[in-house]
Design a protein around this ligand. Structure first.
Ligand code: IYR
Length: 229
């Protein structure tokens, strides 16, 4: 074992029930306003905000505390242009070259997405989250990683939430296939690109599809009685 985790006391914050509900309602109102954005302003965004979002992501629980994520931050115009071009090469094959199977194309139709990924060059920051399929010891031995998808997915959830709290917009973009990101970001073979996030302010006049959230009765199935309040 390279690391040991001695046990230390932990005290979770406690609130009166009314305060718990008030905080929950406030948080729900906040996250309910988050939307995936595909039209960004080129206005600069402080690096510190991106760093803080990664700090939040880096608090995620993970299988065996293996923290199997890496977030690569790209800010320079030239690299953003390379990412856009490589993503568009793939997406043109998907959308115009017939690589997207018909059922997938039909599912995407309401989103009105196309192979044009101009936002990858407009948004001032691109962050690529990589998932570590396995770890490596200092001696180069492979270490099995557990629940990689769950762990990295949760980290990315925290990441987009932190950006939203700061008033920033993003998109969970998954160009397909996205191996080109490993090359551009110089990441090792044990890491695979997971999600590409353009980050910035939503463009003036940006529009999003008028989606609604799944009704609570479908998302929440209470199997036993509701307690209190
Ligand atoms: N990667 C493609 C296609 C795409 C797939 C899904 I599922 C989406 O929710 C959105 C897009 C693209 O980025 O256009």
């Amino acid at each position: 074992m390279e690391h040991q985790h001695p046990f230390v006391p932990y005290q979770q914050e406690r609130y009166e029930p009314e305060e718990m509900v008030r905080r929950g309602e406030e948080f729900h109102r906040l996250v309910d306003r988050r939307r995936s954005v595909r039209a960004f302003s080129a206005e600069p965004v402080p690096y510190r905000c991106v760093e803080l979002a990664v700090r939040a992501a880096n608090t995620a629980p993970s299988g065996a505390h293996q923290q199997p994520w890496t977030f690569v931050v790209i800010g320079d115009q030239e690299t953003r242009r390379r990412v856009r071009e490589a993503a568009e090469v793939e997406e043109r094959q998907n959308y115009e070259g017939g690589r997207l199977p018909p059922d997938w194309r039909a599912a995407l139709e309401p989103m009105k997405t196309t192979s044009d990924k101009g936002y990858l060059e407009v948004a001032p920051w691109l962050v690529v989250c990589f998932a570590e399929k396995y770890g490596l010891t200092s001696g180069g031995e492979k270490v099995r990683h557990y629940y990689v998808n769950e762990s990295v997915g949760i980290a990315c959830g925290l990441f987009i939430t932190a950006l939203h709290v700061m008033g920033l917009s993003t998109l969970t973009h998954t160009p397909n296939p996205m191996a080109f990101l490993s090359e551009i970001c110089h990441r090792p073979p044990n890491e695979r690109p997971y999600i590409l996030f353009p980050i910035g302010y939503a463009a003036e006049g940006a529009e999003v599809p008028d989606l609604t959230r799944k009704p609570l009765e479908q998302a929440l199935i209470p199997m036993s009685g509701k307690l209190g309040l």
